[in-house]
Design a protein around this ligand. Sequence first.
Ligand code: G6P
Length: 612
Amino acid sequence: MCGIVGYAGKKQVLPILMDGIRNLEYRGYDSAGFAIIEPNGKIKSVKSVGKISALEEKINGTEVNGTTGIIHSRWATHGGVTEANAHPHHDCSGSIWLVHNGIIENYKELKSHLVKKGHKFTSETDTEVVAHLIEEIKKSQKLTLPEAVALALRQIKGTYGLAIIDSHNPGQLIAARNFSPLLVGIGDGEYLVASDASAVIKHTRRVIYLNDGEYAVLSPDGFEVYTLSSRPVKKDIKQLDWDMEVAKKDGFAHFMLKEINSQPEAIENSIRGRLIADEGMAKLGGLESIKEKLRDVKRLHIVGCGTAYLAGKVGEYMLEEYAQIPVKTEVGSEFRYKKPVFEKGDALLAISQSGETADTLAAIREAKEKGVLTLGIVNAVGSSIARDTDAGVYQHIGPEIGVASTKAFTSQVTILSLLTLFLGRQRAMSLVMGQRIAGEIKKLPALIKEILKTDSQIKKMSQKYSKYGNFLYLGRKYNLPAAFEGALKIKEISYVHAEGLGAGEMKHGPLAMIDNNFPSVVIVPKDSVYEKNISNIQELKARGGPVLAIATKGDKEISKLADDVIYIPKTLEMLTPVLAVVPLQIFAYHFGTMKGYDVDKPRNLAKSVTVE
Ligand code: G6P
């Protein structure tokens, strides 16, 4: 996601900020900017859309002096990719400047309150509201900057990593954190703030990690950490023993593993502010403007490629069962050429992490050509698909760097469950059913955390199965697409042949291949098709085929039948793919690394496929 670097010390700050933000480039971004307190007490800020090099070009030749400053690389969430929306943002007086990672959920309410008080906003971002709120509190209550920051943050709902400077307090830097990573590097008479250790490591290995709801006041004279109720907190100084490459991966060996492990947080970000659990509803801001049009949708075409297509397939099952909307899901590359038949009341939903996949984009254009309403579930804000669709929902999961998609899939399926709630409650879904679904969606991050704890057990499993060169991945109903996704993961990163299959289709051909050298991975949670799956496992065992089952915790029967079992927690049937796919990602990850492959960059594949 976005990158933050801040510095308060005695050295010239600009080269330190530029170097720090370059180390965060790998996270992906669309614009960048800095603010520095100059010796004359004024703030110098420069922003630019595009690469850090564009920012460097812009300042080329201009002298910027100062020893306190902040810099940011933005991955847009609220507001398009423009210079005005790039950070840092400032208050009306131009003295308070800040950079922010995360999402301010109640920014609309806060903004309208501040506008009434006369504040003038210059961007479309949620972030700017924080600068004005601090200004308002500081002025009206005659407080110091740290006091005003604490009071302002108590009014904010949402997530933040913040670095704040004020020209009235030269030399001071404030950092605050709530569910967005932020650490403080402790040097000799100098302090750095960063969203990621890789921006700090060159200057110091001594760091403190802020906890949620804490803020730090830093200056060359020292540092203090407080809670938002201004209680001082004693922090332990930790020693970073990572090298730069490991730091970028948050200590994980690969981006893919980091992304697998970040799924609880990613899903949290995808659902934040969108679930109204007690009303059994989903609030999807991006669809508000077409809410009434959505009532008239009679049929939905879902389009995506690769993993995004498979997420769409899960959505098809959800939307048909709970929103009673007929859904047809297709890969973009087929959709664009097959002359799809559209009828009145049709809408098209495109799903894409990058928002740039050529075949998906072409499908949208085809539908638009025919006057069909187009929607998107997209991660990259301002991407082609986000711009080309009439309305949509952003995933808010930050960039996915590993070529094999992981967190994008679980987030897309989760958003599809929100969409099912949204459209279902517009139609026949009862309040009780809505509440039930919403309640279960809320639990997903915690349930994924449980699965992540079984990594070493799954690793042993991939060691055991690494001798095989072919796999069947079987599932039914909601977990049919999850089986395909499991097979896709192992193909992508370990170059081993794996075939996803509806378990019911096994007898119509593929069963002929099964012998004791051909294992199957069967997704068999305790759901409405459990007994059917059990019969299929029996058929596999009768032919000597090894079986690795993904089953629901507490299922004793399965351990007697399958050779090996990985357990996942219980959830609503429609949400099981979000859980079932996680052990399959981990299984594939270890399978690929064991073979010595670069799992982040599999051979022959690209992260974003912008050609046909
Ligand atoms: C590529 C990636 C896949 C991804 C697919 C669709 O093939 O390697 O991981 O699922 O494109 O990408 P999108 O950005 O549209 O989700």
